[in-house]
Design a protein around this ligand. Sequence first.
Ligand code: NI
Length: 184
Amino acid sequence: MILPMYIFGQPVLRKQTEDITPDYPGLKELISNMFETLKKAEGVGLAAPQIGLAIRLAVIDLDVISDDNPEFKGFLHAYINPRILEVGEEMCSMEEGCLSIPGIHESVKRPSRIHVKYLDEDMNEHDEWVDGYLARVMQHEFDHLDGKMFVDHLSAFRKQLIKSKLLGMTKGKVNCGYKVKANR
Ligand code: NI
């Protein structure tokens, strides 16, 4: 089932989320719906607040970019109660967008490597260092679980430039090809 995407301005996107337990009702189905929603919106990552749930859950689909990046063939993973434990010193900049902020893309500086801990969809615990594109997507998605969005990382100057677009979104001015939940 495709779920509506909550758009910038929806309060749930700014909430601190809560950990879930393995017996969270309908978890498997929820994860499957999130993957379906993500695919339909042609994104690489989706966090639970973006579908209106303030819980610590995100999904990442890098299979969609595997034509150009064969190492990501079949890469579809769910992250339950993820936490970034530490980050490497090296930083890198990359252009980011967000399904909850359609039409805005900006360069964001983040650590290149991160040490993460999470449960996968089968409740197996993982504790690992991640780098490259996956580290980038994880940081973006896990930010969502702390009520943060990529635009928060921009300079005051860049924020000023997109201010009116963001304000429009909070008032329901959204143009994208997928189902949304916005103030209209
Ligand atoms: Ni996002």
